[in-house]
Write a protein of this length. Structure first.
Length: 174
């Protein structure tokens, strides 16, 4: 039994020795971009005195099969119901904007097709193709023009950082 454990451990160590020393999971790189973009979106929203929810996301390729995303709440996640208003779940709205963009590959509210069930067709989310896939930034909580401006601040931050990042590390020779 000890022999099998030692053999398995040695096989694993040989396997990882073929990985580049600077290799890291792709989600680590996205997490750094996302944190910086969300920080910028928070500052922009705070400066404009707008509360709500911000999301950033990345997906590979030209059609979404999976994505990595992060979100933050800037002051409030929802508007409570009143006697005359049923309230708003800003987290649900911002994800609806992101979902619309993932499907259409256009900014939310672009009206390239009627909104589907689960979508609102509201402006406030932006999408940009980048090498390898798409970046998304969306905000919900203010008027559409404010949501777009806040999303623009985060998307511009991510795109600039994405384009400035070095190429993927070369695979080791075999």
């Amino acid at each position: 039994m000890t022999y099998l454990i030692r053999t398995a451990a040695l096989s694993f160590l040989c396997l990882i020795s073929f990985l580049p020393a600077n290799a890291q999971p792709s989600n680590t790189s996205f997490d750094k971009l996302a944190d910086a973009a969300l920080s910028t979106m928070r500052a922009t929203a705070t400066g404009r005195k707008v509360g709500g929810v911000a999301i950033v996301a990345y997906f590979e390729g030209t059609g979404i099969q999976a994505w990595s995303s992060k979100m933050i709440v800037v002051g409030r996640m929802k508007d409570e119901p009143t006697d005359t208003n049923k309230g708003s779940n800003l987290l649900a709205i911002v994800y609806a904007k992101a979902a619309e963009m993932a499907d259409t590959l256009k900014n939310s509210g672009s009206k390239v097709r009627p909104p589907m069930t689960g979508e609102f067709g509201w402006e406030g989310g932006l999408i940009m193709p980048v090498k390898g896939g798409y970046l998304i930034a969306a905000f919900s909580g203010g008027p559409s023009a404010e949501d777009v401006a806040i999303s623009r601040s985060g998307l511009d931050q991510m795109v600039a950082a994405w384009n400035a990042s070095p190429a993927e590390p070369a695979q080791p020779a075999r």
